[in-house]
Design a protein around this ligand. Sequence first.
Ligand code: CO
Ligand code: CO
Length: 333
Amino acid sequence: MTTAASDLRLTQYAAGGGCACKVPAGELERVLAELPLGGGTGDLLVGLEHGDDAAAVRIDGERAIIATTDFFTPVVDDPYDWGRIAAANALSDVYAMGGEPVVALNLLAWPREKIPFEVAREVLRGGADVCREAETHLAGGHSIDDREPKYGLAVTGLAHPDRLLRNDAGEAGLPLTLTKPLGLGVLNNRHKATGERFEQAIAAMTTLNRDAARAALAAGARAATDVTGFGLLGHLYKLARASGVTAVVESAAVPYLDGAREALRDGFVPGGSRRNLDWVRPHLDSAGTVDDDELVLLADAQTSGGLLVVGEVPGYPIVGELVPRQDAVLLVR
Ligand code: CO
Ligand code: CO
């Protein structure tokens, strides 16, 4: 039985949602640590070792290829919005490396028995519109029949090999800038449960990280990552660990989307957000002054979140700083 497209709620076909359906970071790292790597002949500038946003391979003195992929189950009920969000999120990892996307391929999984394929067309249309905005060729892709719908892109981009925004290039003494407000995980969780629409969240998730990345590069930044499934605390932990520094988060300076605190208060918390906090907690010192609710929000699993940049980026808020390495990798105050 297929459902009429008009009364379809796409999020009801997903067990998890968005980047919150990522495999937990700790589990992923354990498995990846046992894999043999390498074998290419090019100059691999960024690989798996620091869990960076994308792989980077030097082609010559001026150019590095950036390769990345991201796909996930529906985060919102509207198929066109979901397509735009998934595409903006997949492209983000290229921007988070300091690159510009060049070509993208669709990755689509669809339960053809359950959801009309015309709905998939709306998802693909959303992805295509975002690729057009990003001036990126969308050239084919791959689709499979699956129990759950999933959508995303494999993206190839270019960057200057000496101007990559890396996870391991953070330096003590520099501020931390965050380019989108947090709260996407709790708001998407509420949307999935109740069907309420959060326009500000959709606007944030469909905004390309292109302008933020260009501004970061123009400001001379060398280290950045995007805030997605592991949350601000998870991604910051990875960046600080890779850079050999400690990160300080000024919790009062962190911006949140409208309704995020209410969603948390009303109990709409994705499992991924709590897992993120559990994962970083052994490396985190909140001096007993920041309560657990605040920490859950700081660890909230984002979908198509903003860039976390080491350095000041004009027009975006500073949320903390990097300091010389201390006992804890993360200090929240
Ligand atoms: Co990323
Ligand atoms: Co990614």
